[in-house]
Design a protein around this ligand. Sequence first.
Ligand SMILES: [Fe+2]
Length: 305
Amino acid sequence: MADAAKQEPVITMWSMEFTYDRWMKSKGIPIHRGYFIEDLRTIELEWWEERGCKSAFIQLLGQEGVSASRVTEVPPGKSLPPVKFALDEIVYVLSGRGLTTVWASEGKPKKNFEWQEHSMFLVPRNHWHVFSNMQGDKPIRLFHYSYMPMAMSALPEPDMYFNNPYESKITVADGDFYSEAKMVQAKDADEGLGMRAFWYGNFFPDMRAWNKLDANERRGAGGKSVFMQFPNSELTAHMSVFAPKTYKKAHRHGPGRAIIIPAGEGYSIMWEEGKEKIVCPWHECSMITPPDKWFHQVPWPRREG
Ligand SMILES: [Fe+2]
């Protein structure tokens, strides 16, 4: 037994790294880590030959093995090469004004829609898509989010995600696929969570424009939140809004959420039960991920009045 213990194992019993992490590292572009990103509009990006653009991965503590996030840049007046990706992907526009073209396969109708800063939209699974910059003078930055790490843990071949001939049954060319998201009244509303209504669609033209936020008393007085639902996708999102001089009660949940700040200024506090607290200052285009089961809350705003 003693001799056996000294031998180097040929195959480790437990994989020490997620398949997605190995894939991500193989791309040679920056991977930004930590508890938060102060400004996604200014983080360092590097040229990614395969995608024909500058890009960087973000993997904050709590995203490992769960969610993928990335920032890409589209140069002034340019379009990125077409990509077909097998998973649903949420895109949030950090800066700039542009156009997305989406189609299922060659010969199938294409759908175009325009977006601007603070837009959010879904690129449906198994669809080709092209991002174009409609401005001639400055680059665009986009934030991408998907469950690729979880998918790759179950199905580890990258070509299944980027070079897969499977033809989608979703029809993006339908007239209303990318029409403006609508407010929908929930039939089985959870009054305590403030889920009386939710924002439903594949395209949210301006995350700051939501003016029908549902009161969410459980998260602290003055706080409001809206839940967003993409049709036919298990990706979900929600947005909370805090009036000046208010706070969000501490809560905790599972890992992988990416919180992007659309507007405002403040800070969040996160901590693992019984351990030191981490302060995450934020403003527009900051990103925070509360690690698995860490408490987090928004206390009194740093800058008042
Ligand atoms: Fe949370």
